[in-house]
Design a protein around this ligand. Structure first.
Ligand code: HEC
Ligand SMILES: [Cu+2]
Length: 330
């Protein structure tokens, strides 16, 4: 009883002191943490006026940095890739948006504008070199798909990717539309359901394989059946992310529905390709993949290999075919 009476004021005082000490140290800790975060201010103008300034950043793996993007002239939008899933969205003129990030995997990353802001918009890119703790930068790895195409002697810019077993002349004036009813009638070889086979072939090849198993069918009927088969396969795929990437990075030239009629379509030296079954008939999927990653030399088709992961690129190829085979196809 006596003891308790004596102790109480002491406990109260020391308790208060402890709490205050804790608050002070918390505050200090927070301040030092904040000081450790390097802030980098990046000004954005159209590519014609210099694009991103600075356009080249060097950070260490796992280092936390705060990137502050300021739009100095018109509206821009910023995303960072590949594989980081960072998209800051639109930044209005005069506005600043920031992102705090730390990248664990050393390598070369790209920050880029994904809102059409000027005729040279797609050149608006910046590079982030992320160095390993030992100061090294891993060499850019070559893309096995493009390496394989080159090794096989396939010209990515060539007009034809397919084996041309079904000749395009057969279809020159006939529109290929998916014919789902045919699928119940035809013998469908298993290989046509193999994703790996599909990636190294074109719709014309699929039609040719169908023709081998169903010799009495006409070329256009086979192409319609092959198109139906591809559309069926695509309907189960989750292409929401690819649709978003397409809307931000491709629609300006290729058009929202892929008809080659985007608002910037008239600005490219070559017209942006339409994504229709007829136009893509003889294009191997890996050739489309390569074109997206590497761009079309001198045509105005930008290279997206430094922006997207291989998986995102394949999903885009699927999405182009979904556009080509959708109901709104002419
Ligand atoms: C600045 C305009 C522009 C933008 C943006 C653009 N493209 Fe293109 N694209 C073109 C032009 C022009 C061509 C035609 C040149 C060629 O086929 O090599 C083309 C061709 C292609 C081809 C080859 C088609 C074929 O039939 O051979 C594919 C695939 C393609 N683009 C996909 C994309 C994707 C996917 C995006 C977005 C990630 C995109 N493009 C963004 C202009 C653009
Ligand atoms: Cu832009």
């Amino acid at each position: 009883m006596h003891l308790r009476f004596f102790l109480r004021p002491l406990t109260l005082a020391s308790g208060l002191f402890l709490i205050m000490a804790l608050l002070v140290s918390l505050n200090l800790g927070e301040r030092t943490a904040r000081r450790q975060v390097r802030t980098i201010d990046i000004t954005m103008s159209t590519a014609e006026q210099g694009g991103f300034t600075p356009a080249s950043l060097r950070i260490r793996a796992s280092q936390t940095v705060r990137l502050r993007f300021h739009a100095s002239d018109v509206a821009h939008a910023v995303a960072i890739g590949p594989g980081l899933e960072l998209d800051l969205g639109v930044i209005a003129p005069g506005e600043t948006k920031e992102v705090t990030l730390s990248i664990d995997r050393p390598g070369v990353y790209t920050f880029y504008c994904n809102l059409w802001c000027s005729p040279e918009h797609w050149r608006m890119r910046g590079v982030i070199d992320v160095f390993a703790v030992d100061g090294s930068l891993p060499p850019a790895n070559s893309d096995p798909v493009i390496v394989a195409l080159t090794a096989a002697g396939i010209d990515i810019d060539g007009a034809h990717g397919a084996q041309q077993t079904v000749h395009s002349a057969d279809h020159a004036s006939i529109l290929i539309t998916p014919d789902a009813a045919m699928l119940a009638v035809l013998e469908i070889p298993d290989i046509l359901r193999s994703p790996a086979w599909k990636r190294t072939h074109a719709l014309a090849d699929a039609a040719a394989v169908l023709g081998g198993a169903n010799p009495s069918q006409t070329g256009i009927a086979l192409a319609g059946a092959a198109a139906a088969l591809w559309r069926e396969q695509l309907q189960d795929a989750d292409l929401a992310d690819a649709a978003a990437l397409y809307a931000k990075n491709c629609a300006a030239c290729h058009g929202v529905t892929g008809r080659g009629d985007g608002m910037a379509a008239s600005l490219t030296p070559t017209s942006p390709a339409p994504f229709t079954a007829n136009a893509l008939l003889e294009k191997r999927l890996d050739v489309l993949y390569a074109k997206i990653r590497r761009g079309g030399m001198g045509t105005g088709m930008p290279n997206f290999g430094a922006l997207f992961t291989p998986e995102e690129t394949w999903a885009l190829v699927d999405y182009l075919w979904l556009l080509a085979l959708s109901e709104t196809s002419p």
